[in-house]
Write a protein that binds this ligand. Sequence first.
Ligand SMILES: [Zn+2]
Length: 458
Amino acid sequence: MVEISFLGGVRSVTGSKFHIKSDQSRILLECGLYQGLKELRLRNWDSLPVDSRELDCIVISHAHLDHCGYLPRLVKAGFSGSIHMTEDTARLASIILLDSAKMQVEDADYASRKGYSKHAKPQPLYDYLDAERAISLFRPHPFHTPVQITGDARLTFLRAGHILGSSIVDLEVEGKRIIFSGDLGRPNHPILANPDPIPDFEIAALLLESTYGDRRHQSTSRELSTIINRTTSRGGSILIPAFAVDRTEVILHRLKELMDLNEIPRLPIYVDSPMALASLEIYRNAFERKAMDIDPKIKIDGDPFDEHFYQAARSVDESKAIAKLKNPSIIVSASGMATGGRVVHHLARMLPDSRNTVILVGYQSLGTRGRSLADGAKSLKMHGKVVKVLAEITKVGEFSVHADSREMIDWLRAVKKKPRKVFIVHGESDAGVSFQKNLNQELSWDSTIPEHGSTHEI
Ligand SMILES: [Zn+2]
């Protein structure tokens, strides 16, 4: 008998954790951190209903924090098994977890200094050492190569085309096939190969993400150049809050294209995020190695990831120097939902000036500053102060790295045998319900949106 328990990442886009149990295996699929709304973030402090010491192994689909950011906490709680992932996920997740540990420690120190925690000495969720211990358990595997991970479980990673190294997870447990879409990329990602089709076999359980289950990406290829030209003509600068991994790469790639076509002026570009700069190195390396999930058709003329094309702000002083610039420029900075990081300083400075533009390029979770901006907030609270929003705020859909509802359905059309069970995960409630309807109308598939903490036999 095989059971799946949904321990996180249902009816929300963060905190993914699915526990798969058979007679011989205890596997945790995803180990994501909750982000965004406080009531969700507080769940990071709850202990899991499974004993982490009894888990055989963990499988991670990709390096985003909402899929791997809870790993150090689990290691701190006693987990010491293998953590399976693809090779580039291992490279990127190492950077992401160390950065996350730093943020956890800084947040705890800040709470301690300001005295707003109810604890006498606020503790971080995990620290640098916990992150390093988690990284030491990473077991990287190539795509398309089955690996026996427990007595009765075999794992194969397929390409998801969402970020470098991202995978669709194909797990065979006790002879039953479980497929997890991971975060599914879009056809025609500017750098990555398209998502692999689901192989043609009997599927016992299909777990589908639904981040954009209720919408279609709409944008034209001219949208970005129009916004940039409009902003520079009024003497403003452009701020792009970008997820450090992948979005920064995709944006640089696109800006280079637009400049080469003379569609936008050759403005100075600043990449102000140490983590984004570290991830750029990994992308460059993947190009050189001709990594399997890099689109082989891509030609990098005059490498957009080369520091001749942009200026890197590594140190805090370099970051502060950007604030003093007078001429129009483009600043790409993390975090992508403006929950923290250097982008918050740029927002505080740039939002009150109506000449500037902030371009939102990714999914903005409920409860984040990015979401407030997207929803038309007239002011934002930052560093204890209220900042007026006078700058132009725009959303550009072309940079989304999640398939939308139509793209998901198109990817699923290739599945010939109806899966025995379909679970909709990783999406806010409305998106899940809307996606459920689409699955039913378009493919005649019934599906379940599992409750948080529920267990289902497959
Ligand atoms: Zn992701």
